[in-house]
Design a protein around this ligand. Structure first.
Ligand code: GLN
Ligand code: ZN
Length: 758
């Protein structure tokens, strides 16, 4: 008999209930006890949802983040919250979100740093270490939840983050060696496993996803050291790897002294066979056969075709599960009332994925005939998707086949273009601009919800947006900015806005996925070949340009960012979807140029995010990502100035690709790095223009003129002044006008000072 289990369930709730409960508590509208009771109810519901599995995860629920939970379990809290004497949950939120002096009635508590969880869009709170870090087990959360689940009759499998991955995820604040802490950390793990055993846990899932990344000898050794230390534990350990292939770590993973190993069979199917040859015969092999990272139905018959021989060979030793935690998918497809029925029939959210798992297990255990109806229905859906005319567009296919290097090539090299653009745009030294969005005011949001509710018609909505655009143009003229933007009033979101207007995209109502804490994203669903039925931004930008004699910047989201922030197709490579997006946005760029727009910005905020987990795969990704950008941007005359914008990025290891994008101007987020981020551009001799952000738009603080001048002087030590722009770090949509105006006044004044001094 094959065993079914799950790694983790999306804790935010089918209708984002956890988000609302958290935010209500944070606003003081509900009590801590209300929140705790709510958490317990949510866990209960989710355990019930999974009750048909042989083993159900416990400990995957977190009020904010599972890594932060682990830090609390291990007693590893940042020094700045050590003296805290209040409630544990409040302390947890202090680390998660920070506390300003005003509300804490004392000194500021900085929030823990957040970073991306492997190659997903989930962000975790980075554990902090110093050479002096000590660990002290606090198993209360896990033990309580285990007791809760056991009392409800759940077949439990506690889930924890493994010691090596835990250290790897963290940051040594004093640059000491994180690995030196392993010896001190392991007793806490041993004690935790013992406590779980005492409370009746038979299996414990111990997550070590770093095994799918390149590990140097020290880290590999740490694995051996750690798991030999934990070998005598009375629970059986299921060592979980996911998100990728084991490659050179395969041998290591197979031979660690644990009772079972989980492999992501979606990403590492080719490793099953070699793994079987190495895996000691007493070990369980768990295969992740349902994709935990996308929203498509699994082809169950095809899966059984390759899975059945392994099942025959492994017998009881085979377990099956989703490839990774279902944290990365929405909860329940049944919530979707408005989704196109045909497209809906191709999808599976978490609950549907667990049903698929059950069907596979029944087929393996009792033969396919036992689930003939389910398999036939699945086959129908899979075939319908494959052959649907809505998925394939012959004209798009032909255009993709005709892509050639000339498409990505500007006519003249940068120096020639720069001269022509300067003659036409006539900008001063240190030109000023902003990144695109201006405050999304209450009026804007109200107009949008009225439009949705049918209380405002298209014409009324358009008039309201035009009024906002006019307001932002007037403000920018009064501020004396050099290159203006329209302010993006009409855009709900920089990806959704374009997805809604492109053919090949669908939108869900409840396709929410946790991004961090209470924040969720609802990635649009890219299901078919992408085309652009008509211009998407030209009317708005033309209108904005008509209001001013200053250059108006056209504003677009780039193909790589649209791709990386969508649920994408699994029936073609990501590169092909990206090229399709590139061709569609290219048409928009050319239409803007035809409409007389001289400066066009193509945002690629998420370019870096798409980097694969293993370095050897980087070049391939960067090649098609950069080529997609070039196809999008480079179909214009030399006189048209192309900008790109990237925030949240490090450039050290991708600078050659950034230069290869060949945008005339790149604006980046730099203010928090004190311009040091520019060193790599300097060292690389980056040839084009750069706008290093001079103030952090995430903060309500108003930057002073002196501060901006000082930052730009630092920038000018690295990049010649003739190639520098002055702009904020990112768009201003989350700020108030009352913050934006004084900040930009200081920015414009700083540019004038710099010009005077030059
Ligand atoms: N143009 C976008 C804006 O200003 C860019 C946002 C981003 O880079 N995340 O809002
Ligand atoms: Zn940005």
């Amino acid at each position: 008999m094959v065993t079914t289990h799950n790694f983790g369930f999306p804790r935010i709730g089918a209708k984002r209930e956890l988000k609302f409960a958290l935010e209500s508590y944070w606003k003081g509208q509900s009590s801590r006890d209300d929140l705790k009771v709510f958490g317990a109810q949510l866990r209960q519901r989710h355990w019930q949802n999974q009750s048909h599995l042989d083993l159900v995860p416990v400990g995957d629920f977190a009020f904010y983040d599972q890594v932060l939970d682990m830090s609390f379990t291990l007693g590893n809290l940042p020094e700045r919250v050590h003296g805290y004497s209040g409630d544990q949950l409040d302390n947890y939120f202090r680390v998660a979100r920070g506390r300003s002096a005003a509300t804490a009635g004392g000194s500021d508590v900085a929030a823990g740093e957040m970073t991306k969880w492997f190659d997903t869009n989930y962000h975790y709170i980075v554990p902090e270490f110093t050479a002096a870090t000590e660990f002290k087990l606090d198993a209360s959360r896990l033990l309580e939840q285990l007791a809760e689940a056991t009392a409800q009759g759940v077949n439990t499998k506690p889930v924890i983050i493994g010691p090596v991955t835990y250290l790897w995820l963290g940051k040594a604040k004093d640059d000491s060696s994180k690995l030196a802490l392993l010896e001190r950390l392991l007793p806490a793990y041993a004690e935790l496993l013992e406590k779980l055993a005492v409370q009746g846990a038979e299996w414990v899932q111990i997550d070590e996803p770093v095994l799918v990344t390149e590990l140097d000898a020290d880290w590999q050794h740490a694995f051996n050291f750690a798991y030999h230390h934990l070998k005598s534990s009375r629970v059986k350990l299921l060592l979980a790897t996911y998100f990728g292939t084991l490659q050179e770590n395969l041998h290591l993973a197979c031979n660690l002294p644990v009772a079972g190993l989980h492999l992501d069979a979606i990403n590492a199917r080719d490793e099953i066979q070699p793994l079987l040859n190495l895996l000691p015969s007493h070990k369980v092999l768990s295969l992740g056969v349902i994709n935990g990272r996308n929203i498509w139905k699994t082809d169950l018959n095809a899966t059984l075709d390759w899975l059945e021989p392994f099942a025959a060979r492994l017998g009881e030793r085979l377990w099956i599960a989703p490839s990774c935690s279902l944290l990365h998918v929405p909860v329940d497809l049944a919530s979707e009332q408005k989704l196109d029925v045909e497209i809906k029939s191709w999808l599976a959210y978490a609950l549907q994925k667990l049903d698929e798992l059950k069907t596979l297990a029944t087929a393996l255990n009792n033969g396919r005939a036992a689930v003939a109806t389910e398999l036939a229905a699945n086959q129908t859906a899979i075939a319908a998707r494959r052959t649907s005319p809505r998925v394939t567009n012959p004209a798009v296919r032909a255009a993709i086949a005709n892509i050639n290097p000339a498409l990505g090539q500007r006519k003249g090299p940068y120096p020639v273009r720069a001269r022509k653009q300067a003659a036409l745009l006539n900008l001063p030294l240190y030109p000023t601009t902003t990144i695109g969005s201006f405050p999304q005011t209450a009026e804007i949001r109200q107009a949008r919800s009225q439009l949705k509710a049918g209380e405002l018609n298209e014409a009324g909505y358009k008039a309201a947006m035009r009024a906002e655009i006019e307001r932002s143009v007037r403000e920018q003229e009064a501020l004396g900015l050099d290159v203006l933007v329209h302010g993006e009033a009409e855009r709900n979101d920089m990806v959704e806005y374009f997805g809604e207007q492109l053919d090949g995209y669908a939108f869900s109502q409840f396709g929410w996925v946790q991004s961090y804490g209470s924040r969720c994203v609802k990635p649009p669903i890219l299901f078919g070949d992408i085309s652009r039925p008509k211009a998407m931004t030209v009317d708005w930008i033309k209108y904005a340009q008509s209001l001013t004699s200053k250059p108006m910047k056209g504003m677009l989201t780039g193909p790589v960012t649209i791709l990386n922030w969508s649920f994408v197709r699994d029936d073609q490579p990501r590169s092909v979807s990206c090229y399709q997006l590139a061709l569609a946005i290219r048409e928009e760029v050319q239409d803007l140029e035809k409409a007389g727009i001289r400066v066009i910005q193509i945002d690629e905020a998420a370019l870096r995010e798409g980097l694969p987990l293993r370095k050897f795969q980087w070049k391939q990704y960067l090649d098609w990502a950069v080529e997609s950008f070039r196809i999008t941007a480079n179909g214009v005359a030399d006189e048209t100035q192309i900008h790109t914008h990237m925030c949240y990025s490090e450039f050290n290891d991708i600078i050659a690709s950034i230069a290869d994008m060949d945008a005339d101007v790149i604006t980046i987020e730099t203010s928090r790095s004190d311009m040091e981020l520019l060193d790599v551009f300097d060292d690389f001799k980056y040839p084009n223009e750069i706008g290093p952000g001079v103030y952090d738009i995430h903060s309500p603080n108003i930057p002073t003129q002196e501060h901006i001048v000082r930052l730009m002087k630092k920038a000018a030590e690295r990049i010649p002044a003739e190639r520098l722009w002055v702009n904020p770090d990112c768009g201003l949509k989350t700020r108030q006008w009352t913050e934006v105006i004084p900040a930009l006044q200081n920015m414009v004044a700083a540019a004038k000072t710099l010009r005077g001094a030059a």
